[in-house]
Design a protein around this ligand. Structure first.
Ligand code: UDP
Length: 491
């Protein structure tokens, strides 16, 4: 039985990659700051990523706790190598093994939680099996969605109407019907689950059997899509973002999601010496696997643009820079910094010297740019990133597309056509330039940045939604005889 007195006890189960762990760790901090007793559940090799969040909460009335859940030995053969339990530390060809192994966490988690079940379980939407854990424990399960409401609505609409089945090739555009904006996509730009519809159905069923849905966004960013998404009968939704705003302290910000080898101070002092809005920040998230040819063209595009830049190139364990990158590094000299590994992204984006962001349109990166009021050069790679790109460029109009970016890189095995340096430089100039187009994007981005901060302040929409979420979970706990309600099953 869940305890009926004392602080609300919430357990959080993030999927094991930075783009999912980082926002859920931020949500854990937000909840702990409101007096909730939070426990993060993860596997042993991911402990170092969680420790800074635990340490930061040490002085709170209920410091955040950690529950380690080892993979059972029966699935060790699915893990890429011992000690590599995060998508960011393996190559994309091993993603499926690690993902499949997570299903085996179901029973160990149930055994761990059964003696003293929490008041609620917040689970990454990817862990559809956690709906059974919550049901068996008799506690509410809340789904945390990685993407925002525009992407979730586009997903719903494509799932319902299958417009992608009416086109004759992967590159022929189709219109996503019934949306407030004209949104066109191609089949090759769709997220992977549309090609494995069963996995989509399992996730949706688990969602229907949950207490509600938490989304890292704020109402004023996607109001039309919030209305469409939330009007689904019985769908209980809380918009509690942007969660990255929880970090007020400069030091916390620099260390958010940090790779222990990173040197945030060096980057930030380099930025201190640059004029306002002069620097381009380039980062393709935590999972990018561009080959040398593409990296070379990006480097040449950055060189040609003439702007100072910080470019983050993902580093796999033990890997050193390729000779080509070393050569670009030598050529650009002090005008650019190439980070091989991890940059303190939120701190960099929030620095006044940064004037533009070339991004892969991951949802966290997109929101972080919005918070910082920085316009984007939108170069999606996979998952729902092409949909996020349309939000950035066609709906919010705070970024431009890079021409020639063609289709889901995971599905193409990272073998897409190489985007040429001239295209890269042209797109960068559209965002960093002085004309009306660039000014307009920057103005709109700054306006959204102000709205993002306001949403998280007392009296703001996301602040209110988090209060409402805590109150509803408290009421659910106090209503002892009541089973957790279930959202509508006709979504
Ligand atoms: N990130 C970072 N430094 C890096 C690369 C990524 O801080 O060098 C953070 C970034 O701020 C964001 C997360 O990692 O919070 C990446 O999430 P996103 O959804 O943008 O992309 P993903 O990595 O999941 O593709």
């Amino acid at each position: 039985m869940a305890q009926e007195e004392g602080p609300l006890r919430v357990y959080i189960l993030p999927f094991i990659c930075p783009g999912h762990m980082i926002p859920l760790l931020d949500l854990a901090t937000l909840l702990a700051l409101r007096g909730v007793a939070v426990t993060i559940i993860t596997t042993p090799a991911n402990e170092p990523l969680v420790l800074p969040t635990l340490h930061r909460s040490a002085s709170l009335p209920h410091p955040i706790r950690l529950l380690l859940l080892p993979f059972p030995s029966s699935v060790h053969h699915l893990l890429p190598q011992d000690g590599q339990e995060n998508l960011a530390s393996i190559s994309s060809s091993s993603f499926h093994g690690l993902y499949d192994a997570t299903f085996a966490l179901h029973l160990p988690l149930l055994d761990l939680l059964r003696p003293s079940p929490p008041d609620a379980l917040i689970s990454d939407s990817i862990f559809s099996w956690s709906a059974d854990v919550a049901r068996e424990l008799g506690i509410p399960r809340l789904v945390f969605h990685g993407p925002g409401l525009f992407a979730l609505t586009v997903h719903d609409t494509i799932h319902l109407h299958s417009p992608h089945l009416s086109v004759s090739s992967d590159s022929e555009p189709f219109l996503v019907p019934g949306l407030p904006h004209r949104v066109e996509l191609t089949k090759s730009e769709l997220p992977e689950p549309f090609l494995v519809p069963q996995s989509l159905d399992t996730k949706r069923d688990a969602e229907k059997n949950s207490f509600g849905i938490i989304v890292n966004t704020f109402f004023d960013l996607e109001p039309e899509y919030a209305e469409i998404y939330m009007k689904e009968p019985g769908r209980r939704t809380w918009l509690i973002g942007p969660v990255s705003v929880v970090h007020k302290d400069k030091n916390d910000l620099s260390n958010r999601g940090r790779d222990p080898d990173a040197d945030p101070a060096r980057l930030l002092s380099w930025l201190d010496a640059k004029p306002a809005s002069s620097v381009l920040y380039v980062c393709f998230g935590s999972l990018c696997e561009f080959g040398d040819d593409q990296l070379n063209e990006i480097g040449a595009g950055l060189e040609a643009s003439g702007h100072p830049f910080i470019w983050v190139v993902r580093r796999n364990l033990g890997e050193s820079f390729s000779p080509r990158i070393e050569e670009i590094k030598r050529r650009v000299g002090i005008r650019g910094i190439i980070v091989h590994g991890w940059a303190p992204q939120v701190a960099v984006l929030g620095h006044p010297a940064v004037g533009g962001f070339m991004t892969h349109c991951g949802w966290n990166s997109t929101l972080e740019a919005v918070c910082a009021g920085v316009a984007m050069v939108a170069w999606p790679l996979f998952y729902e990133q092409y949909i996020n790109q349309r939000l950035i460029t066609d709906v919010l109009k705070i970024g431009v597309r890079v021409p020639g970016v063609g289709g889901n890189m995971l599905l193409m095995g990272w073998k897409n056509d190489v985007v040429k340096a001239e295209e890269v430089a042209r797109a960068l100039e559209r965002v960093m330039g002085k004309g009306e187009e660039a000014e307009g994007m920057r103005r709109r981005a700054r306006e959204f940045g102000k709205k993002a901060s306001a949403a998280m302040e007392e009296g703001g929409s996301s602040h209110g939604d988090l209060d409402r979420l805590i109150d509803e979970l408290m009421a659910c706990r106090e209503d002892k005889g009541k089973k957790p309600e279930v959202v509508s099953s006709d979504v």
